[in-house]
Write a protein that binds this ligand. Structure first.
Ligand code: 5AD
Ligand code: SF4
Length: 478
């Protein structure tokens, strides 16, 4: 995930986020790999350590403390982190009091190896133990190795006010839940992040309100499976306190939408098995709930979905797509696809291609299957699809998806769309960029636009993923 990224973009797993601010006292260099959730965690970590006197630096050379917030989702992500940790050895030679720590999803599995065997780090802290960081760092400073990888059933960091590391000041992430109970057979997350738990809705609304007051105009609610958000009700549907309201995801969305009509709300990630019509009706009801749903399908084949333990069939998924198109007609969709999962036949792969054609996603993130330790798939199935077949299938997926993305983007050409301005475009500072409710990036001549402002843009052209237009006084249709 890149500094300044405005949306959740799971395909950027492995890209680093480097924290930058100028402070005094002890200096922290913090780098994040992986998903938006990890990025959001880094904002909590920065907050906990700011209380402890640390300011952040983007110069790794001048750091007293280097922390890497790691990702385990695919083998490649782990390799990158290892290389990065190796590259810090040179600073240790010059500055023996430098503390290097590994945080996040790789912590539990690789603690012994990286701490004891390879001695690449002094400190290992799992995703539920960040409150312990100050004490753990002190232990290292006193000459001991320091580890806390315990997962919690309760920790949500609810009342910690994150330090906003994305310095755009327009968009921000809000974590609404942690962990995952789904047990998809390919996925390491339940092992790295533990059991699912939801955060107090009042603290979520307060955070959204505070962001709005500070000038932010878009929040993205984050969780591994947001449709399963629940407060004051347990998994079996038993209400915990009869005197308090039950809040599920639809109600939470409504509460955040009501913070201010000028605060756009996005969310990620939805799970097809849990996405109910109530959520869709709520999205349809509020203009500021963005008309864009990321609904990972993983495969278009029901037999494959069964092996993946996804809890739905192709038909169920297509029914959810029909419901979205019926209830929110002007809504764009994106998805995640895994190519070459265990035992994938040519026919199963073709089912994925046909699903991509049938749905028409404006965006898809696609990955070659990467076997992860401890997962159901590792224990039960053979990772038997040769690398070249995985790569060839991925190429076919990309080709179809590119065509679909271009055709979906084209449907927005000639429209007047409400755009939340994010700032100058990367290529030309005279041009500005921002996103539509459908999450499409729009580029337009600056005129009076400023970051954080809404402007109506008439679009006249597009590339595969980007719209080009000019600011207009005409009223926006979406
Ligand atoms: N191999 C490849 N891709 C994976 N994903 C999750 N686990 C794996 C794995 N073992 C993908 C899924 C998920 C996204 C975040 O990463 O598509 O939705
Ligand atoms: Fe995020 Fe999953 Fe990677 Fe952890 S393993 S950082 S939860 S994508």
């Amino acid at each position: 995930m890149r500094l300044g990224d405005k949306t959740i973009d799971e395909s950027r797993q492995g890209e680093a986020l480097i924290v930058d601010s100028n402070g005094k006292g002890k200096k922290l260099f913090l780098e994040s790999y992986g998903c938006a959730m990890n990025f959001s965690d880094s904002e909590i970590i920065a907050s906990i350590l700011a209380e402890d006197g640390y300011s952040t630096t983007k110069e790794e050379k001048e750091a007293d403390l280097i922390l890497i917030n790691t990702c385990s989702i695919r083998e490649k992500a782990e390799e990158r982190v290892r290389n990065r940790l190796n590259s810090f050895k040179k600073y240790k030679r010059h500055n023996p009091s430098l503390v290097v720590g590994m945080l996040g999803c790789m912590a539990e599995r690789l603690k012994d190896k990286l701490l004891e065997e390879e001695k690449l780090v002094d400190l290992v802290v799992g995703p539920d133990a960040y409150r312990d960081l100050p004490g753990l760092i002190q232990k290292v400073e006193a000459g001991q190795k320091s580890v806390n990888v315990l997962l919690s059933r309760e920790e949500t960091y609810a009342e910690i006010s994150p330090v906003r590391l994305d310095n755009s000041g327009v968009t921000a992430f809000i974590s609404i839940m942690r962990g995952c109970d789904n047990m998809c057979s390919f996925c390491v997350v339940p092992f790295t992040r533990g059991r699912e738990r939801s955060r107090d809705p009042q603290s979520i609304v307060a955070e959204a309100q505070d962001l709005y007051n500070k000038g932010y105009r878009e929040v993205t609610l984050l969780g591994q499976n947001v449709d399963s958000y629940k407060w004051n009700i347990d998994k079996k549907g038993v209400v915990k306190d009869e005197n308090k309201p039950v809040v599920r995801f639809a109600e939470l969305l409504e509460m955040v939408a009501k913070v201010n009509p000028k605060l756009r709300v996005r969310f990620s990630t939805s799970h097809p098995k849990d996405m109910i019509d109530d959520v869709l009706y709520t999205i349809a009801k509020y203009d500021n709930l963005c008309k864009y749903i990321h609904l990972p399908v993983q495969s278009g084949s029901s037999s494959m979905l069964k092996r993946m333990n996804r809890g739905y069939t192709r038909e169920w998924y297509m029914d959810r797509i029909s419901a979205i198109k019926r209830i929110i007609p002007d809504c764009e969709l994106s998805t995640d696809i895994i190519a070459g999962f265990c035992g994938e036949t040519e026919e199963e792969h073709k089912d994925t291609l046909s699903l991509l054609d049938e749905v028409g996603f404006i965006m898809a993130y696609h990955f070659k299957y990467s076997e992860r330790p401890r997962t159901l798939a590792e224990r039960k199935y053979e990772d038997d699809i040769p690398e070249d077949v995985k790569a060839a299938r991925l190429t076919e997926i990309i080709a179809i998806q590119r065509k679909q993305a271009a055709s979906r983007t084209k449907t927005h050409v000639g429209r007047v769309l409400k755009v939340l301005v994010e700032g100058p475009s990367k290529k030309n500072p005279e041009e500005y960029c921002g996103r539509t409710t459908h999450n499409s990036m729009v580029i337009f001549p600056k005129e009076h636009a400023e970051a954080g402002m809404y402007v109506n843009v008439k679009t006249h052209d597009c590339t595969t993923n980007t719209l080009l237009g000019t600011i207009t006084t005409q009223e926006a249709e979406a």
